[in-house]
Design a protein around this ligand. Structure first.
Ligand SMILES: Cc1cc2nc3c(=O)[nH]c(=O)nc-3n(C[C@H](O)[C@H](O)[C@H](O)COP(=O)(O)OP(=O)(O)OC[C@H]3O[C@@H](n4cnc5c(N)ncnc54)[C@H](O)[C@@H]3O)c2cc1C
Length: 281
């Protein structure tokens, strides 16, 4: 196997175009597991770790925080992300262990595109946009169009995810996950809730309960038509529980080695209800 250690994005993009079977590696916390289990056997690896432009956090565009695909979780869990996008910092804190968080990245979470990826519900709830570059083109894709199935996305082989744009929202936001233990765990159900005070709405996205992340559009619009979210500062337990029940109805979980569909649905109803109450307590 040959490893190309790129220092510039163009070097990586050129190598990716030239080597049809090359695999990109950022932190390696997903890819090295795949290689060690012989699930993938790349003949060429392109390391992105030394590309500084992928490790930048930018706020040049008003109302947007743009996070480079190679920024590790250990950075995302602190400032300036913690204040601007608290749900993302929270999700980053739940990933693996300190060692995994020192290496793992948003680019890798999107590259793997598992419905259990902890940062993906945050991207869905915030309507994030994904920047993709090839050697001769670039495009920006909404997260809703990016993920197409379990470990599937619209990314083409010759494209590198360079950054993720997160709108900065005025209002409470949070991320919660349920797993078989407290730390070092892949979620069996997760949820990100964002209360957008300017638009007087609430958005919720679910992880690990369907082939893609699920935005609960019906529960969101039920809440918006039931309550005036622009003036309301508290929400009753009955309304929160009904919202949770409706969010769970929109999930599409399966039984697998981590949990049962029934438990996952129950977990979603509890997570959604709790997150909503936290947002309006
Ligand atoms: C012990 C352990 C615990 C874990 N716990 C969690 C957890 O709690 N939550 C969670 O979500 N994940 C968890 N993971 C999975 C993993 O850490 C995350 O998915 C992480 O975000 C992967 O990032 P990475 O930079 O290491 O990706 P890599 O392993 O480097 O890459 C992963 C995939 O993405 C592709 N890729 C990487 N960067 C790019 C890019 N810029 N453009 C296009 N494709 C790219 C690679 O080719 C590869 O296919 C865990 C893994 C381990 C080993």
């Amino acid at each position: 196997m040959s490893v190309i250690v790129a220092k510039e994005l163009t070097t990586a993009l050129t190598a990716l175009r030239e080597h049809g079977d090359a695999r990109l590696i950022q932190g390696g916390t997903d890819l090295m597991v795949e290689i060690n289990f012989n699930h993938v056997k790349p003949t060429t690896m392109i390391s992105l770790r030394d590309i500084k432009s992928l490790r930048m956090i930018r706020t040049d565009t008003p109302g947007i925080m743009s996070i480079g695909s190679g920024v590790p979780y250990s950075v995302i869990e602190g400032e300036p992300v913690l204040t601007a996008i608290p749900a993302l910092a929270q999700a980053a804190r739940t990933v693996g262990s300190p060692q995994i968080r020192a290496a793992g990245s948003l680019g890798g979470n999107l590259g793997t595109c598992s419905p259990a990826g902890d940062t993906l519900p945050v991207m869905f709830a915030l309507d994030a946009s994904i920047h993709l570059s090839a050697i001769d083109s670039s495009r920006v894709v909404s997260i809703h169009d990016f993920m197409t199935g379990v470990k599937r996305s619209v990314r083409q082989h010759d494209e590198i995810i360079t950054a993720i744009d997160f709108p900065i929202i005025n209002g409470w936001q949070g991320y919660s996950k349920v797993g078989v233990r407290n730390a070092m765990v892949i979620s069996v159900a997760s949820a990100c809730l964002v209360a957008d005070h300017e638009n007087a709405d609430v958005r919720i996205a679910l992880g690990s309960v369907g082939p893609t992340i699920i935005r609960c559009r019906a529960a969101e619009s039920w809440l918006k038509t039931t309550l005036d979210l622009s003036t309301r500062s508290t929400i009753s337990l009955d309304v929160a529980n009904e919202f949770g029940r409706r969010a769970a109805e929109e999930s599409s979980p399966i039984d697998d080695h981590r949990s049962t569909a029934q438990y996952r649905r129950h977990a979603i109803s509890v997570l959604a209800s709790r997150l909503l109450r936290k947002a309006y307590q």
